[in-house]
Design a protein around this ligand. Sequence first.
Ligand code: GCB
Length: 598
Amino acid sequence: MLRHQDSATRDLRPLTGLWRFRPDPDGVGREERWYAGGLAGAIDMPVPASYNDIVPGRELRLHVGDVWYQRTARIPRGWADQRVVLRFDSATHRATVWVNETEVVFHEGGYTPFEADITGLVTPGEEFRITAAVDNRLTWESIPPGMVVETEHGPRQKYMHDFFNYAGLHRPVWLASTPTTYVSDVTVVPGVDGDVTADSVTGTVDYTVEVEGPRADAAQVRVRLLDHSGTEVAQGEGAHGILRIEDVHLWGPGDGYQYDLAIEVVSGDEVVDSYVQKVGVRTVEVRGHEFLINGKPFYFQGFGMHEDHLARGKGHDDTSMVNDFQILDWIGANSFRTSHYPYAEEVMDYADAHGIVVIDEVGAVGMNGSVAAVLGVNIDKVFSPDTVSEATRETHAQAIRELFARDKNRPSVVLWSIANEPESHTPESEDYFKPLFELARELDPHRPIGFVNVMYSTAETCRLAKYGDVIMINRYYGWYAQSGDLPLAEDALRAELALWAAQGKPILMTEYGADTVAGLHSLTGTMWTEEYQTEYLDMHHRVFDEFPELQGEHVWNFADFETSLGIVRVDGNKKGAFTRDRRPKAAAHLLRRRWTGR
Ligand code: GCB
C-alpha cells in the first residue's frame, strides 16, 4: 500500500494527539452502536501509544477485547474534487473503523497499515466523526497466535511469545488527499550493470508505477531521478522502465544515500498527480557462506530489538526513535532485526536514510510448544487443526503480503524473516511453512529470505533451514542451556556452530543474551549480574571469531523490555545491553569496544 505524502497534488494531515477512548470489557459496543454518537464515559487517550500502561491499575492493562477510539476531524475546504483517504499505520491486533455511522474498513493484523477511501462520506470544510473499535485478542487464527481463556473472573489472554501484548493505535493515523486519478503503487528494484565493486558503477532502477482512477487509461507516466542536489540523473516515460545512473552513488551500510524518483501522471499538459519515491541503489547477494552488500561481505553487528517504552508501550515516538538510533550509532551497531513484528514506518525511513541494515520480520512468533512451556503456557501440539492451522496460515500469508508490500522499496531491508522460533523439526511444521516460503519467494525474488531457528531444532533435525538463504539461529548456551556454566556452554556452542557451518550458508546469530539486573554485581560469576552478562558475551565472541561462516551477531536485546507476567521474568525481560530507560549496563561498553574498537 502506497504511503501518502504532501506533494504538488496531494495533502497529508496527521490525526495524532488525544482521542476519546472507552474500553468495552463486555463486548457490547458493536451491538449498541457506539460509533453512532459520542463515546459515553470516555477518557483521553494519546495516539500513538499503547493504552495498557496509561491508566494505573490492572483493569486496562490486562483488558481483553475491544477498546474504542474516537475523534472528529475536519476535511480542509480546499479538498473539493479530491479523493480523501483515512489511513491507520497500525491498529493492534485488528480494527473496525466507522466514519460517522458508516463502517469503512476492517483490518486484521497489528503491525501493518490499512486505509479506507472515504471520499463519498465527507464534505470539504465540514467535520466528521471517526470511530475505531480495536481488538487486542490473540487467537489460534491470529498472527501472532494466542488463546483467550474464559474464567469466572472474565477472559484471560494467553500467548506463547515473550513480550507484553501491548495494543491500541501504536502509530499515527492520517487524513490524506489524492487526485481522483492517482499513483496507487510504485515498485522499484535497484541493481547495477557489471561489477558492483568497480570504481565507477552504473546503477539501474527498474520501476513500475500503477495508476488508478477515471483518467488512468488515458494518462501518461513520466519519471525523473534526482540526486541529492536535485540534479536529474535519469528520466523515463511510461509506467514501467529501467533507468540508468552513470557513476551511481550506492546506498550502503553507514551511507544512506537515496535518490528521489519524481513521478508525474500527465494528461496532455496537465500534471494529474505527482509523487516522490525514495530509491537507494544497492545489491544484496548470498554467495556461499558470505552475505554480500554491494559485492562486499557484510558482517551484521547489532541487536534484536523491540518497540517498547515506559508508559506508551509500543507507541511510536520520534524522540525515542532518534535517541535509540543515536545509541546504536554510539555502540557501533550497523544493523538490527525488527524482532518480532514489523516496526513503525518512521523507523524504517530512518534506517533507509542512515544506512542501517535491517532484517525485517513478520509478526509470526510463538509457534513453539517448548518455548511456550518456558514462559508458563502449556500446549500439546502447536500445529494441528485446533491450534496453528491452515486458517492461521492464511493470516500469516496475509501478514507476509502486507509487510512485503509496505517495505518492498526499502534499501535497508536486505533480508526477510518470515517467523521467529517456530517449531521446525516436525513434518507438520514443514507442511505449514513450505507454502509460506514459496509465497515469500514469489513476492520478492530479489532479497534473501529466511526464518529464525530455535535451539530445539538442531542442524540435523531442522526441516526448514533448507528453505532459507541464510541460517538465522537464536542460542542461549550459558543461559537456558548450561545455565551459569560458561565452560560447558562454550563447548556446546562451538559444537553446534560446527554443524551449522557444514551447511554452506551464512550463519547469523540472531539472538544470544543473558538476563541482567542493572546494578547487580558479583565477584563469583553468578547469573543475573553485570559481570555474568559480559563474561557470557565475551565467551560467545571468542567462539564466533573461530567461524568464518558466522556472518553476524545480534545480541538479545538492545534494551530491557516488558513481558507477560510469569515466574521466569522479573519486571520484564532483562537481557538488554541497556535498561528499559536506556542506561548502559557494563555489556554496552563491552559491545562498543568490540564493534568500534573504542
Ligand atoms: C528467544 C525469543 C525472544 C525471547 C528470548 C528470551 O529465543 O526469540 O523473543 O525474549 O528468547 O529472552 O528468552
